[in-house]
Design a protein around this ligand. Structure first.
Ligand code: PLP
Length: 411
């Protein structure tokens, strides 16, 4: 028998530039510490359920009731009633050019992000991705063989996209612009004017807009999200991504959608590619598809949670005040999502490696945060804090962070 060699089990070279460090070595260390009996304060993953956010009852009931009758595959795009619910929902939001044929249901938005990029990118293609970004976008562009090109989101401008920088990065190889709004990791929500300008840039250069709106219902401070597809109209191809993981607190059910609007005739080849890949994975989790109609049609219980008096609103405020009260830390007020992207004074703390900073914090104070470079941020001077834990846990974590930093010097 032939002997084994490391070479036989090597991973694909396709993965050479694929990074997803928010579930990387720091998390592994935290898991090892937990296995050794330590209690870790987790401020690292935007997964509402473990923090005591229960799903609306109608969703759980709908899934349970449908379990006996959803044993088979569905249409690969998804069940018609759910796709209709998505169309009707967007109709009420001011998107009037969407049909059920252009709605694809997926195992979370994640699957649809990778699928839509796999169907598009050739090796020479470039996709503009925000920096910082939710790293699945950069990773999926790289996995699809394309090249992610990061445009700057300006911290000094409350993390709004720097449109001059964005436009300056467009080349004849650019195919699309990714917009994450509300943004993970910065919590920024983009104004209508900014979105209009992005739509205009896309129109001028013939680019696709990928609008990741998974946090669309999670906004604070009276800010309301404008759906990108209300501005891209019939002449810009817009792929809108959203789903149930965050606003409906059922990340584990894996239920999301992709809605495509714009010049569909011209996009025929790309749409056929998306259909082909959707067919190849048969369909998404069918019981979870049934939750979509119940979710979109029912009372939006998230509305109460994001009020200043609601749990999410109150926690966001505590995180904002707590971070800014620590010497050497500053953070913008987030208008949406579940995160703050806080800045560290690297001179003061001598930080040259932010992953090491996260590891040191974890080992010393048992707090788990995600380091900023995991979000394709170019400098080691940020970290992301999840605002899902209760006010008590957040307060405790921020106190420990303060204690840690008061004596911290990396080099
Ligand atoms: N897009 C963004 C911006 C996210 O933050 C996340 C999850 O954190 C996802 C997509 C993935 O969501 P899903 O659970 O629907 O796959």
């Amino acid at each position: 028998m032939k002997g084994f060699s490391v070479h036989m089990f090597r991973q694909s070279s396709k993965l050479a530039n694929v990074l997803y460090d928010i579930r990387g070595p720091v998390l592994e260390e935290a898991q090892a510490m937990e296995a050794a009996g330590h209690t870790i304060l987790k401020l690292n993953i935007g997964n509402p359920a473990p923090f005591g956010f229960e799903a609306p009852e109608a969703i759980v009931q709908d899934i349970s009731a449908n379990l006996p009758v959803t044993q088979g595959y569905s249409d690969s795009r998804g069940i018609l009633s759910a796709r209709r619910a998505v169309v009707q929902y967007y109709e009420t939001r001011g998107i009037h050019n969407l049909s059920t044929d252009e709605v694809f249901l997926g195992n979370g938005v994640s699957e649809l992000i990778t699928l839509s990029l796999q169907a598009l990118c050739n090796p020479e293609d470039e996709i503009l991705v925000p920096g910082p970004d939710y790293p699945l976008w950069t990773a999926s562009v790289a996995l699809s063989g394309g090249t992610p090109v990061h445009y700057r989101c300006a911290e000094e401008n409350a993390w709004q996209p720097d449109l001059e920088d964005l436009e300056s990065r467009i080349t004849e190889r650019t195919r699309g612009i990714v917009v994450i709004n509300p943004n993970n990791p910065t919590g920024a929500v983009y104004s209508k004017e900014t979105l209009q300008k992005i739509a205009e840039i896309a129109r001028r250069h013939g680019l696709i807009v990928f609008s990741d709106e998974i946090y669309e219902k999670i906004t604070y401070n009276g800010v309301e999200l404008v759906n990108m597809a209300t501005l891209t109209g019939d002449d810009v191809l817009c792929l809108t991504f959203s789903g149930l993981s965050k606003a409906y607190r059922v990340a584990g059910y894996r239920s999301g959608w992709l809605a495509i609007t714009g010049p569909l005739d011209e996009a025929h080849s790309y749409l056929e590619g998306i259909k082909l890949l959707a067919n190849m994975r048969m369909c998404s989790n069918v019981p979870a598809q049934h939750a979509i109609q119940a979710a979109l049609g029912g009372k939006q219980s998230i509305d109460d949670l994001v009020l200043p008096t609601g749990r999410l609103g109150a926690q966001m405020q505590v995180a904002y005040e707590g971070l800014n009260s620590i010497d050497g830390v500053s953070a913008h007020r987030a208008d949406g999502a579940l995160y703050m992207f806080a800045k560290l004074d690297v001179e003061k703390f001598g930080i040259t490696d932010d992953e090491q900073f996260a590891l040191d914090l974890l080992r010393e104070q048992k707090i788990l945060v995600s380091h900023g470079t995991a979000f394709n941020w170019p400098r080691p001077d940020h970290f992301r804090l999840v605002t899902l834990p209760s006010v008590e846990v957040l307060t405790e974590a921020l106190e420990r962070l303060d204690t840690f930093l008061s004596g911290y010097r990396q080099v």
